[in-house]
Design a protein around this ligand. Structure first.
Ligand code: 13P
Length: 249
């Protein structure tokens, strides 16, 4: 089974449209020969501009969140059809910052993941344990719960269309990257959870690593057998360092 690696940059709440434009103009020539899939995840306000600027380049544009409903009385939210209209490729869901700071639940993800797939969008589902959970040897329990719950309403035939990002919370924005063994073990475990649902889907599903990925540690992580790419935060804000991570894939 060959899985095309995906390097995705999660900008979080960074970059105005003007800053995003400067970034994409610097990025495109640097990733023109990339053999992996490349994606950026700008804030909602810059999505349309980035789709236009990246058109024809092979760089995909993802949102950082989505609501599960098509429309409704949900002040401040954005729906899958609204992303489709912009020609956005998919959306991150379940990022630990959304879970911790904005109350996103496994139950909400159970609706968001199929809603994205039904709209023709690619979900990047984030999962990962806290430092306390790792120290208490609860990592597998946490991953099992998050993966099973979020994928519960996805048909077996669509499971491989989901991208899963394993992001240990203690590694996000801390500079404290998972060891290759920790990343490989957790990501193989996530893949095995999908295998439990469907052998073929488990073999095909892409599982990314996220958490303090930088140009100098990317190659080692991306060479691990079950790691199919990276979800990059801080290092994705600079075109040169993001392109260096793409090159490492
Ligand atoms: P950092 O790469 O800044 O640790 O962020 C990781 C992340 O949260 C990507 O979604």
């Amino acid at each position: 089974m060959t899985r095309t690696p995906l390097i995705a940059g999660n900008w979080k709440m960074h970059k105005t449209i003007a800053e995003a434009e400067a970034f994409i103009q610097a990025l495109l020539p640097r990733v023109a020969a990339a053999r992996s899939d490349v994606a950026i995840c700008p804030p909602f306000t810059a999505l349309g501009a980035m789709v236009d600027s990246a058109r024809g380049s092979g760089v995909h544009v993802y949102a950082q969140n989505v609501h599960e409903a098509g429309s409704g009385a949900f002040t401040g939210e954005v729906s899958p059809p609204m992303l489709v209209e912009l020609d956005v490729h998919g959306a991150i869901v379940g990022h630990s910052e959304r879970r911790q700071l904005f109350g996103e639940t496994d139950r909400a993800l159970q609706a968001k993941v199929p809603a994205l797939l039904d709209a023709g969008l690619v979900p990047i589902l984030c999962v990962g344990e806290t430092e306390e959970e790792r120290e208490a040897e609860q990592t597998q329990r946490k991953l099992r719960q998050q993966v099973r719950e979020a994928l519960a309403k996805v048909d077996d035939a669509r499971l491989a269309d989901v991208v899963i990002a394993y992001e240990p919370i203690w590694a996000i924005g801390t500079g404290k990257v998972a060891t290759p063994e920790q990343a490989q073990d957790a990501i193989a475990f996530v893949r095995a959870l999908v295998n439990d649902r469907s052998r073929a889907a488990g073999d095909a599903v892409r599982v990314l690593y996220g958490g303090s990925v930088k140009p100098d540690n990317a190659a080692e992580l991306l060479a691990l057998p079950d790691v199919d790419g990276a979800l990059v935060g801080g290092a994705s804000l600079d075109a040169e360092s993001f392109a260096a991570i793409v090159a490492a894939a």
